[in-house]
Design a binder for this molecule. Structure first.
Ligand code: 5GP
Ligand code: ZN
Length: 139
């Protein structure tokens, strides 16, 4: 897609440090890393969000995330990783081409868990849990 930074990377118009590539998926180092080894995994085809991906491509992207996680951790001797997708602008997605972050983590990095994302999470009672689950199941 024109004007998409990650499509330009796929096309070779913007240089990158590639760590994995196949016909459908590219993984490369984030240019502004949150930690050494911070890796982005993208489908080569332009789709904005996870829910826009065809199911087989979503599976390919996640398979690459799965395969790369050990390699990223080993490369920088990380104890753990945070694996995350900012899925849409309201969730902080800045590049509108779906990408999974693999961020190496350690006990000492001062980083936070995903539960630190929201300052005031809602209080949900059991009735509402039931309604929410039904709405997600769409019954
Ligand atoms: P988002 O906030 O959309 O989830 O994350 C976008 C990520 O892409 C950011 O972590 C940012 O550092 C990274 N990024 C943006 N432009 C480039 C680029 O041109 N090259 C690389 N390697 N990473 C980029
Ligand atoms: Zn794109």
């Amino acid at each position: 897609m024109a004007d998409c930074i990650f499509c330009s990377i796929v096309d070779g118009d913007i240089p990158n440090h590639t760590v994995y590539e196949d016909d459908d998926v590219l993984a490369f180092l984030d240019v502004n890393p949150l930690a050494r080894g911070h890796t982005l995994v993208i489908p080569k085809e332009h789709h904005e969000r996870v829910n826009d991906l065809p199911a087989d491509l979503a599976a390919d992207v996640f398979a690459a995330v799965h395969d790369l996680t050990d390699d990223v951790e080993a490369a920088v001797d990380a104890e753990a990783t945070t694996i995350a997708v900012n899925n849409g602008p309201a969730a902080g997605q800045e590049v509108p081409h779906v990408h999974a972050h693999i961020v190496p983590r350690s006990e000492e990095d001062g980083g936070k868990p995903i539960h630190a994302l929201i300052e005031s999470p809602p209080e949900v009672d059991d009735d509402e849990f039931g309604d929410l689950a039904a709405a997600i199941r769409d019954d």
